[in-house]
Design a protein around this ligand. Sequence first.
Ligand code: PLP
Length: 351
Amino acid sequence: MSLPVPVRKAVERMRPYHPPLEGRGGKMRLDFNENPAGCPPEVKRALANLSADEIAMYPEQETTRKELAKFFGARAEELLLANGTDEALHLIVNTFVDPGDAVLVAEPTFAMYRFYAELAGARIEALRYDGELNFPVVRVIAALRKKPRVLFIANPNNPTGSLVKLEELKAILAAAARTMVVVDEAYFEFSGLTVLPWIRKHKNLIVTRTFSKAAGLAGLRLGCIFVNEELAAHMRKAQSPYPVNVAALAAARALSREKTFLARTVEEFRKSREELVRGLARLGLRQFPSAANFVLVDAGQQAKQIAAGLARRKILIRDRSHDFGGAGYVRITIGTRAQTRTLLRQLKEVL
Ligand SMILES: Cc1ncc(COP(=O)(O)O)c(C=O)c1O
């Protein structure tokens, strides 16, 4: 059937994106690196206390933005809020990338970098992690000579769980004078490694953070962009007028005022990750060191059987084989220690 109006060429070329499956509620969700233990009660109370007035009005974000900037150790002028990191990435591409511009990524990595770049009609320069899943720092620095508009780095990276070291990021920034370097710190709470303070020194550095992972607010969609004031002002012009809803703002305020939740979460998941790593080793499964709230497992021929067997037992993990040219890799999100013990018991049965 011919279309009344042709879709943009970039859209025509895109493969349909398959969003997460429905029906995950009530199951043990170790598939999307959310916080499987959920958000603190203070957040639920803040949501329940939203007034009809607040819900009826367009969201006002300035007070919250100031409060959150302080929480993250930044100035309000350096922070933009977005409907999840996803929309933050979209805004970054909309601000800096024209059709035909180059966007540099090292894959496998978070799929949305490629997604928004392709949507914008950019040329994707994709390098690969090596067999040991090391970030290809030398090749990235070489590729920066061609001045791609944007370089995306997830740190820690999803799905590998690996970290790019601070010295490597320093070398990348030194080589990237004509490129916006986006360091996506969605899993910062687990790695403890950040370059956020560097945004003052490096005008081409953007750092993103999210409330979807450790903070347990994935359903509310709230992401943060940190960048120097001058570029932040330009990015604000490219943003829609109400990018974040009133519930997300209330939840983020409550979460940032709750003093112990994040520290307790990180400590529990760190212990849980150690148990998972030991348990997987006992089962003879090869895995990669992770600085995030998930572990990538090289399960070879068994990958599909493991994911399907666990799903039958209402435990969801992610088959990431397509990231590795079909070889069998699964990614398992860290839950509480109780959840990890259940997972390991069930996994043993599946195997
Ligand atoms: C590296 C990375 N960045 C961003 C996101 C998405 O974050 P948000 O929920 O804030 O859109 C994910 C989610 O899996 C991720 O792995």
